[in-house]
Write a protein that binds this ligand. Structure first.
Ligand code: UDX
Length: 474
């Protein structure tokens, strides 16, 4: 029997990508504010990036963590080495990086947790790791700690990954190239087209480390004691209802900075200042364009978007990350583009997205449908134009456009054309059709806001999780 006088102590391991780090940091703050002791672990290379990046008007998460105990939050901060030298490019050597995470990383985690357990006064009682790590069941068993998995994408995507055995029985996994079928047998998922599946389920991806890591993770998560989801019950009730029959799942989203009400920047890259420019623009007149932190496209897509933005004549902020296209990233914008747009547009390498979306000047979001971007957009009542690229993004597009009707499609595939881009932007920003989108997104926004208020569904689920967790620990 554990000592109930000691505060429960959790070790949190986030996947080293912006779209995963953000919800993990917010979860850490939320748990600490409920009285838990938290040890938050970043990869060393993530720590270096966070330390170097400049942030607009907000506290850097590293400073925040180091000072958290002064403000009554028991958060300890630590780093772990991934075995690669600092200069190793983990994005462009994705396969090598993931092979190593799959093969060698669990020994590092094992040593790391072993050391904490030896040295700590407080009881380390549970682990919260990203669902895409596959080592937690082994480590949790070895050290006799509770295994909590945190899934940062929608429950719809979790349901697809969770039911790979059923997909295999029905001949839809591995997914044959160029076949598209509508299927309706995944528990908790009414109907979905196979074109919305995560790309690593395709036949051609079977030998990639990403396929192996993801499919192994979806197997291993079945051994977790609890699964947390960055979604909202009202938004994905059927999928969650089914998942709960198998394992305790808790929808506690949106786990964004809006949840913690503490503004801490977790940006891995320096944020450009856009507030003054935004303040000079009329209400709802600005389109925000961003493809998140990781997805890459090609020069043709970037050029057609650039021409489309000019043709549309709307104001815009466009995040063009330095690695937004694969391979050759030089001169990706059309010649003379920046002169042509003048003060109508701001092209920047990175920004504080929550600040931009919260601006009253922003009226639309051209997005790759990353899950964080999607919930942040809904939270701010900003309708979307969807251009999914990979991973969970095609499934998120389905939710946004087909199910919730808070966004429109840009184009299916790489062959987009500037006229279509301009037309979709005009529809979203000024068209009659956008009225329906705005009404729907306002309703969804209220659902999200209510969910995290006192006695809202996520608030209750969070409390229930804490209660169930304590019952398991003590
Ligand atoms: C990845 C996957 O691609 C995504 O589909 C998955 O759901 C999570 O992991 P990413 O592509 O980066 O994430 O997209 P997203 O989920 O939208 O996360 C990006 C985060 O970076 C958001 O929280 C967004 O606010 C932030 N961001 C993005 C910035 O702060 N500034 C920027 O300029 C762009």
């Amino acid at each position: 029997m554990a000592n109930t006088q000691l505060k429960p102590h959790a070790i949190l391991f986030a996947l080293p990508y912006q779209g995963h780090i953000n919800p993990f940091v917010n979860l850490a703050i939320k748990l600490a504010s409920k009285g838990f002791t938290i040890t938050f672990v970043h990869f060393e290379f993530v720590h270096r990036m966070l330390s170097k990046s400049q942030h607009t008007n907000t506290n850097n998460v590293i400073d925040f963590f180091s000072e958290a105990r002064n403000s009554g939050l028991d958060i300890r901060y630590s780093t772990i080495n991934d075995g690669f030298p600092p200069e190793f490019d983990r994005l462009n050597n994705f396969d090598e990086f993931w092979t190593s995470l799959l093969q060698d990383f669990s020994a590092r985690v094992d040593g790391f947790i072993g050391k904490i357990l030896q040295s700590e006064q407080s009881m380390v009682s549970f682990l919260i790791a990203d669902t895409f790590f596959s080592w937690p069941p082994t480590i949790a068993k070895k050290y006799n700690i509770v295994n909590v998995s945190f899934f940062t994408q929608p429950a719809l995507v979790y349901s697809i990954g969770y039911h790979l055995d059923i997909l295999r029985e029905n001949g839809h996994y591995p997914l044959k190239e160029n076949t598209v079928e509508e299927i309706n047998y995944i528990p908790g998922v009414k109907s979905i087209s196979t074109k919305e599946f995560m790309h690593f389920l395709k036949e051609g991806e079977i030998k990639t480390p990403q396929h192996e890591a993801s499919t192994r993770a979806y197997q291993e998560v079945k051994k977790a004691d609890f699964v947390l989801h960055n979604t909202v019950q009202e938004l994905e009730s059927e999928a969650l209802y089914d998942l709960n029959k198998k394992q305790p799942n808790y929808a506690i989203g949106p786990i964004s900075s809006f949840l913690t009400k503490i503004t801490v920047s977790k940006s891995l890259w320096s944020e450009s200042e856009c507030t003054k420019w935004l303040e000079s623009k009329p209400l709802n007149s600005v389109l925000y364009v961003s493809f998140g932190s990781f997805a890459q496209t090609n020069k043709h897509v970037i050029q057609e978007i650039a021409h489309g933005l000019v043709l549309s004549q709307v104001n815009f902020i466009w995040v063009v990350r330095e690695n937004i296209v694969k391979l050759d990233c030089t001169n990706i914008l059309p010649d003379g583009f920046k002169d042509e747009i003048g003060d109508k547009g701001l092209v920047i390498p990175w920004c504080n997205q929550n600040m931009v979306l919260s601006s009253l000047a922003v009226g639309g979001f051209l997005t790759h449908c990353g899950w964080n971007s999607t919930i942040e957009s809904i939270w701010c009542s900003t309708p979307m134009i969807c251009y999914p690229i990979e991973f969970d993004q095609p499934a998120v597009r389905k939710l946004v456009v087909d199910d919730w009707k808070v966004g429109i499609n840009l184009h299916d595939g790489d062959l987009i054309h500037r006229d279509e881009v301009a037309e979709k932007i005009r529809i979203l920003m000024t068209g009659v059709g956008s009225l329906g989108l705005k009404q729907e997104i306002e309703k969804l926004k209220n659902v999200l806001h209510k969910a995290i208020e006192k006695d809202g569904s996520s608030d209750r689920n969070f409390d229930q999780f804490v209660e169930d967790l304590k019952a398991k620990i003590y």
